[in-house]
Design a protein around this ligand. Structure first.
Ligand code: DC
Length: 662
């Protein structure tokens, strides 16, 4: 996940390969509750791991369900329709509407002594229509704060079910969902009919509820969208195993990706054409624009068909969230695309009509908009502008505009606050980059070099963090090679040059955050000793070893970018890097820094000795024939003798920014 201030997406060329998308939030929380209401154990696969599902899992544990979480696989041992808990219990619902509403209904029907509360924002979200529905049938539900809002206290019901039960459908479809999931527990004596008052909104979500109820043995009889009847004697039955579909709105970005940029296909795992989520109908719109889509159980495969894409004029009321993706696809179409009946965009995470219009215009496009429609004109080659795009704390705006990086003018795209995608898809960019190929030579590389103890490692890794780029510590590769050679019993001299080079070429190395693994052993500490440094210095003077490490070093140059630190980064390995920095701190300052570092680790050394060592090493490094320490000709010099690390980072970032087109 990118927690950086911005993410620069370099120009992208094409995309192919498989992606697995995170589970749908709506399905995840429904499946958890339904599994809890069954007898027996349900094995749930591909559950979404998010704040909202964690809230539900914790509540189920407190209620006495056996819950076993193994990554995205979760087993729930159900309550079997019994009141599991006699003592008063307080359940924390966070800000999860998909937990609060259905749990309120289920617990009110089951009965007990429960307090349900959440974060302050949860106490501002209405629940009155649901509580009214529950009270009609004899449930005991009390408001503990403001009438109509959580927190709530639930007691023992005296059920007396009216025919029909009425519930409003025009505020939130979650009220109806909550009743549909709770009332099968009360059908022992009679069938129960729920009547919706007012026009039901978000019908596709009720479809998800009905579908899942059927998977758990409850066949609801539906008359239009007004009346829903639960037959007498309805009984929850665990399906045993159930897979949570991937989120269909999240799939829209990868369907678009296939249509825009894939000859061989983007294979989307986790959701198929027969998905129970309304947003899957995005497929039809994408096909109308030219996407070629095939599908099977739980997968879709998408590739480019018509090119340019075909413009469309579409009522998008049935796919409000996914339709935003069409607005960006429209930039690549053969005429203006009009998306209609999208008034709800104006009241989502942000005013999405305005947001999409403003940001498309920053790219150079012409956009018209009305109260409930938007028209995006295509953006021909030659007219795309490199833009800094605002994302409005709206995950969908951020995900949509990543697709602008496929523009024909090969301009990069800057997305502000990329971390906002965490709402539904924390690893969105990682997933995108795992299947996309950049324009050749366009992954940005920033090189940092300088003499020993100049602080280049710290500076480089801080820069990588700030930009969200990968980090190559090339010295570590020489240290690893030295270690591998010593472990193989080789002396580190020219006699063994080719054998050490072979070891370097096939190093079984794995980088995992701060940790470095060599052949399943964590060697992060072992390669940092003075001895490992000496060994590295020896193997790095062998030309065959240097040549053997070139490919490995190039492999670090991946989307979205790289900060590379070490001797020949700017001269040999990445000579095209747009920015090279050479640190030039004086020997006195460097000796002092190293001294402090060693003292803090408990070593006692003399400052004068350290300084003499450093100066000797500088001389050796500058004068050696293989890869001598010299700045690249186009490197910028940074004397960081009296600069804090923060100030050095800022200086380099400002040079970097000066070379960007934004
Ligand atoms: O930066 P460091 O101390 O981890 O580097 C270890 C040794 O490897 C040091 O002697 C310099 C050498 N080296 C090199 O020759 N080329 C590089 N790109 C990086 C390090």
């Amino acid at each position: 996940m990118y927690a950086t201030a911005f993410l620069d997406v370099p120009p992208l060329d094409h995309a192919n390969g498989p992606v697995t998308l995170p589970g749908s939030k709506s399905i995840s929380n429904r499946v958890l509750l339904l599994s809890a209401l069954c007898a027996g154990t349900t094995h749930i696969h591909d559950l979404l791991d998010s704040d909202d599902t964690r809230v539900m899992l914790q509540a189920l544990r407190q209620l006495g369900c056996g819950v076993d979480v193994q990554g995205t696989s979760v087993s729930v041992k159900g309550l079997g329709g019994r009141t599991a808990h006699q003592d008063p219990l307080t359940l924390f619902m966070g800000n999860a509407g998909t937990a609060m509403r259905p749990l309120t209904a289920a617990l009110a029907v089951l009965g007990g002594d429960y307090t349900l509360q959440g974060v302050p924002r949860m106490h501002e979200r209405p629940i009155g229509d649901l509580v009214d529905g529950l009270r009609q049938m004899g449930c005991q539900v009390e408001y503990l704060g403001v009438d109509g809002y959580p927190p709530l206290r639930i007691g023992q019901p005296t059920l007396n079910i009216p025919h029909p039960i009425q519930v409003r459908g025009d505020v939130s479809s979650q009220f109806l969902t909550a009743l549909l999931m709770a009332l099968p527990l009360a059908t022992a004596q009679q069938a129960i009919t729920i009547e919706v008052v007012g026009e039901l909104i978000s019908k596709p979500y009720i479809d998800i509820t009905l579908n899942l109820l059927a998977r758990y043995g409850i066949e609801v009889q539906r008359e239009g969208w007004e009346r829903f009847t639960l037959p007498q004697g309805s009984q929850y039955r665990s399906p045993g195993e159930i897979h949570v579909e991937a989120d269909a709105s999240s799939a829209s970005y990868f369907i678009a990706l296939g249509a825009l940029a894939s000859e061989r296909g983007i294979r989307i795992h986790g959701v198929g054409a027969d998905s129970i989520q309304g947003d899957i109908r995005f497929m039809d719109a994408a096909q109308a624009m030219g996407a070629q889509i095939t599908s099977g159980p739980n997968w879709l495969e998408v590739r480019r068909g018509a090119w340019p894409l075909k413009s469309i004029d579409l009522d998008c009321n049935h796919i409000p969230d996914a339709a935003m993706t069409l607005a960006v696809m429209a930039l690549y179409a053969n005429g203006p695309t009009t998306l209609r009946n999208i008034g709800s965009w104006r009241v989502k995470e942000t005013d999405r009509i305005t947001a999409m219009a403003i940001e498309c215009r920053k790219l150079g496009a012409t956009v018209d908009e009305g109260q409930d429609w938007i028209r995006v004109h295509p953006l021909p080659a030659g007219q795309w502008r490199a833009a800094r795009l605002h994302t409005y704390d709206d995950h969908r705006v951020a995900m949509c505009f990543s697709l602008a990086a496929f523009n024909p003018d090969a301009v990069p795209v800057r997305l502000e606050d990329p971390g906002c995608v965490a709402k539904t898809f924390p690893d969105y960019f990682e997933t995108l980059f795992s299947v996309t190929t950049p324009r050749p030579g366009r992954v940005p590389v920033l090189c940092i070099d300088g003499p020993t103890a100049s602080g280049k490692g710290t500076l480089a890794s801080r820069l990588a963090q700030a930009l969200g780029y990968h980090y190559l510590d090339s010295g570590a590769l020489y240290r690893l090679t030295g270690l591998a050679a010593v472990q193989a019993g080789l002396t580190l001299d020219t006699a063994n040059e080719n054998r050490i080079a072979d070891l370097a070429r096939t190093l079984p190395v794995r980088f995992d955050g701060e940790q470095i693994w060599l052949d399943q052993v964590d060697v992060s500490e072992a390669i940092r000793t003075e001895e490992a440094g000496m060994n590295a210095s020896q193997v790095s003077a062998l030309p065959a070893v240097r040549a053997a490490l070139v490919e490995l070093q190039h492999s670090f140059c991946r989307l979205p970018g790289l900060v590379a630190d070490g001797r020949d980064m700017g001269t040999v390995i990445f000579p095209q890097a747009p920015l090279k920095v050479f640190l030039t701190a004086g020997a006195a300052e460097r000796a002092e820094r190293r001294h402090k570092q060693l003292i803090s680790k408990g070593f006692s050394v003399k400052l004068e000795d350290l300084r003499a060592d450093l100066e000797a090493r500088d001389a050796r490094d500058r004068n050696r024939s293989v890869a001598p320490l010299v700045p690249a000709q186009d490197a910028l010099m940074l004397d960081n003798s009296s600069l804090s690390i923060e100030a050095s980072v800022e200086q380099v970032l400002s040079w970097w920014q000066g070379r960007q087109p934004f």
